[in-house]
Design a protein around this ligand. Structure first.
Ligand SMILES: [Zn+2]
Length: 319
């Protein structure tokens, strides 16, 4: 996050330097500025002391004349009138982040959104995985796949609207499009302003392990990371089954899924394991927590999508 106070002070400092330069070059402008500020002060005191309105009207007139002269000097030298203003990143809120107290500026909302994207773990190439470039035609049963894509779009919408729904368990061999489709959901949720965390299971377990076993150093940051795993609108766990499955992993996965199920927080799990293997590796308790609130999507195609795409690329080159 930008430290807005620091930014504002810096912009004001830069502006003051710019005005000093200008006044060096055009001493009359400095005289005018000094005179206007002296008169303004007089005007305020007169107002406080409730002096006669004839005097205040005269001061007012004098100020207007000076400002007019300033305007003419600027114009004659092709200097923009806003030279006296700091160069705000967002002129709308002058970089404060709000328009009036309680009314946030859109630059603040955008900054927050950028921050959510950074925290999501989705970066680079992952941002290009969309529903629009998911190729249903590559699947053996394209129609069934089309229906799954429809359900995934609906899933994303319900996450954003915070509607209750079943979670998703994607199973299938490597390169079958599980990751693409879960990223398409994630990107859609992020675009709509929802929060997402996308982590491979081993990275996720590392975060939990760090918190449990190295709590002393920087406990606040680690605690908040763990809290965020529980609270984020959508948690996507990629590559379940590829990690070293230990009692610690089993237990932590169960707790995390249980917590999220209890608070109706959405999750997606991608796994190369089929359902029986999941039971064998993770045991009944974990499997129960997963299936109790999830739809299972099997990703099947004659060969892997990656291989198909590569084959197609080669064919087009050979033509
Ligand atoms: Zn703004």
């Amino acid at each position: 996050m930008i430290h807005r106070e620091v930014l504002i002070q810096r912009k004001i400092g830069e502006c003051e330097e710019k005005i000093q330069e200008l006044h060096k070059k055009f001493p009359r402008l400095k005289e005018i500025a000094d005179e206007v500020s002296r008169l303004s002060y007089e005007l305020i005191s007169a107002g406080i002391l409730k002096k006669n309105s004839f005097k205040t009207a005269n001061i007012d007139k004098e100020v207007k004349l000076l400002l007019r002269e300033k305007e003419l000097i600027l114009k004659a030298n092709s200097i923009p009138i806003n030279i006296y203003e700091p160069e705000w990143n967002c002129p709308k809120c002058e970089d404060r982040g709000f328009i009036t107290p309680g009314v946030l500026c859109e630059c603040y909302t955008k900054e927050k959104l950028d921050n959510i994207f950074r925290k999501s773990g989705i970066c680079g190439n992952m941002e290009t995985k969309k529903f629009a470039n998911f190729e249903v035609a590559l699947y053996r049963d394209a129609k069934a796949m089309q229906e799954k894509v429809r359900r995934c779009r609906e899933f994303a919408r319900k996450v954003v609207d915070q509607e209750k729904q079943n979670n998703l368990f994607f199973t299938g061999a490597v390169g079958r499009g599980k990751t693409h489709l879960s990223l398409a959901i994630a990107n859609e949720v992020l675009k709509q302003g929802g929060t997402v965390i996308y982590k491979r299971i081993d990275d996720l377990l590392d975060i939990i392990r760090e918190y449990k076993f190295n709590r002393e150093e920087n406990p606040e940051k680690k605690g908040s990371q763990l809290e965020y795993l529980k609270k984020v609108d959508l948690l996507i766990i990629d590559d379940l089954g590829a990690e070293n499955i230990t009692p610690f992993a089993q237990n932590q996965l169960r707790i995390l899924i249980e917590d999220r199920n209890n608070f109706d927080k959405a999750w997606i799990i991608n796994s190369n394991l089929n359902f029986n293997e999941l039971q064998d590796f993770y045991g009944q308790r974990v499997t129960d927590r997963i299936i109790e609130k999830a739809d299972i999507f099997a990703f099947e195609s004659e060969m892997s999508i990656r291989e198909l795409l590569k084959k197609r690329e080669l064919e087009s080159k050979n033509k």
